[in-house]
Design a protein around this ligand. Structure first.
Ligand SMILES: [Zn+2]
Length: 375
C-alpha cells in the first residue's frame, strides 16, 4: 500500500509530497522507510510535530537519499521553530529533488518568519514556477511583494525579544520608544499568563498610508497582528497612554498566537482588551444589559471567527461582548484558568472542551452565567 506512493502523493498538511521520481528496489528497508514516512505524514496532519519529527528522523536512518523524509523532517522542524534543522533538511530535499514545490514554499515561509522578505519572495516565486496554478500562494506572493516594496529601505533594530522596522532615520526615536514599551509589556503580560514567547517578535511601524497598502485592514483597525505586529504609527514622538494600550493589545495577540494558533476571536480580542486596561463604561454597560434582557446578545459561538469583515458598528459590539465575557471569566475563575483554557486549545481541544476542561463547567453554563451577570 505504501509503495503506491510511487504513483501518487502523500498529503502533509496542505502540502503534497510527491514520490513519483522514486524507483527503489523493493526491500525490507524500503518498506520500513515508507511506513515511517507515512507515520510522519499522518502525525504532521494531526499537528503532532514532535511525533512527526521522530518518525522522519527514524526513516532517514533507513534511506537517506530520498527527498520525501528530508522534506517531512524540514516541515516538522519548521513548525517546531527549529529553523536551523528546517533549513538544512529542506535544502537537502531540494538537492535531491530540485523541483520540489513544497520545499521551496516552506523555505519561503521560514524566510518570511525571519523577516528576510527578499529571500521569501524568491522561494515562493520558485514554488509558483513549479506549480503556477496555486492561487492562494499567488495571492500571498503578491502581498509579500507589496510588503517588500514598502519595507525594503526600512531601518531595523533588534532587542532580546523584538525586532523592529521603520522608515527613515528620523524615526529612530519612535522605534526606541516602541521597543522600550514592548520590553515592559513583555514582562507584564508574561507574568499574568506565565508565558514568555521564545521566538523574536517582529514589529513594523508604518505611516497610515503604508499600513493600508500593506495590510488591507478595515478602516477601524488601529493596529494588526498577523504573525507580525503592524502599527500605523510611523510619526510618534513620545510615549502616550494610547500608544501603550495599542502595544499591549497587539502584543497580547502575539502571546496568544505563541500559545495556540486555534483560538476563538472573542477570547483573543477579550484578552487583548483586558490587558490594555480597557474599561466598560456606563453607556456600554447599558447597551450590554439591554441586549442581554431582550435576548439579543450574540452567542460566543458566533464570535469565534475573524472580526475583519465587520462594519465599524458591528465591530464595536463584537469587541465589547468579547471583553465582557473574558472579564467575567477572569473575575469568576481567575486568569490562571483562562491560561489553562489557552493551553487546552493549544493541545487541540475545541472551545467547548477547552472551557469545560479549564473552568470545570460547560460552555453553555459559562455563557448563561455571564449573560445573567449583565442583566
Ligand atoms: Zn485585537
Amino acid at each position: 500500500m505504501i509503495k503506491q506512493c510511487l504513483q501518487s502523493a502523500i498529503l502533509i498538511g496542505s502540502l503534497f509530497l510527491s514520490c513519483a521520481s522514486l524507483a527503489y528496489a523493493q526491500s525490507a528497508e524500503m518498506n520500513t522507510y515508507w511506513r515511517l514516512v507515512e507515520t510522519g505524514s499522518t502525525r504532521l496532519q494531526q499537528g503532532d510535530h514532535r511525533g512527526a519529527r521522530d518518525a522522519f528522523e527514524e526513516a532517514l536512518r533507513y534511506i537517506d537519499t530520498d527527498a520525501t523524509a528530508h522534506l517531512g523532517l524540514g516541515i516538522a522542524s519548521f513548525h517546531l521553530k527549529d529553523d536551523r534543522a528546517a533549513e538544512r533538511e529542506l535544502g537537502r530535499a531540494i538537492e535531491l529533488k530540485p523541483r520540489d514545490k513544497a520545499a521551496h514554499q516552506v523555505l519561503g515561509d521560514l524566510a518570511y518568519r525571519k523577516d528576510d522578505l527578499g529571500s521569501a519572495v524568491s522561494h515562493w516565486e520558485k514554488a509558483l514556477e513549479i506549480d503556477p496554478s496555486d492561487a492562494a500562494l499567488t495571492a500571498r506572493l503578491e502581498r509579500l511583494r507589496r510588503e517588500h516594496r514598502t519595507e525594503k529601505d526600512f531601518n531595523r533594530e533588534v532587542t532580546s525579544h523584538f525586532s523592529i522596522k521603520y522608515e527613515g532615520r528620523e524615526k529612530i526615536e519612535a522605534g526606541r520608544i516602541v521597543l522600550r514599551i514592548l520590553e515592559d509589556v513583555y514582562g507584564e503580560v508574561g507574568r499574568a499568563l506565565s508565558y514568555y514567547p521564545d521566538q523574536e517578535i517582529a514589529v513594523i511601524l508604518y505611516t497610515n498610508q503604508q499600513f493600508q497598502e500593506v495590510t488591507d485592514a478595515p478602516g477601524w483597525s488601529g493596529g494588526l497582528y498577523d504573525g507580525k505586529i503592524r502599527l500605523p504609527i510611523g510619526g510618534i514622538e513620545q510615549e502616550t497612554p494610547g500608544l501603550r494600550k495599542l502595544l499591549v493589545h497587539e502584543y497580547t495577540h502575539a502571546v496568544v498566537r505563541a500559545i495556540t494558533r486555534r483560538v476563538p476571536t472573542w477570547l483573543n480580542e477579550g484578552l487583548a482588551q483586558h490587558f490594555e486596561g480597557r474599561e466598560i463604561g456606563p453607556h456600554a454597560k447599558d447597551a450590554l444589559r439591554q441586549l442581554a434582557q431582550s435576548g439579543k446578545l450574540s452567542s460566543l459561538r458566533d464570535l469565534e471567527g475573524s472580526f475583519m469583515g465587520l462594519s465599524g458598528a458591528q465591530a464595536t459590539t463584537a469587541y465589547l461582548i468579547s471583553l465582557s465575557a473574558v472579564r467575567h471569566m477572569i473575575d469568576q475563575y481567575g486568569i490562571y484558568r483562562v491560561k489553562i483554557m489557552l493551553d487546552e486549545l493549544g493541545a487541540g481541544a475545541d472551545p467547548g472542551r477547552a472551557i469545560s476542561n479549564a473552568l470545570l463547567i460547560s460552555h453553555e453554563d459559562f455563557e448563561r452565567g455571564w449573560k445573567r451577570s449583565l442583566e
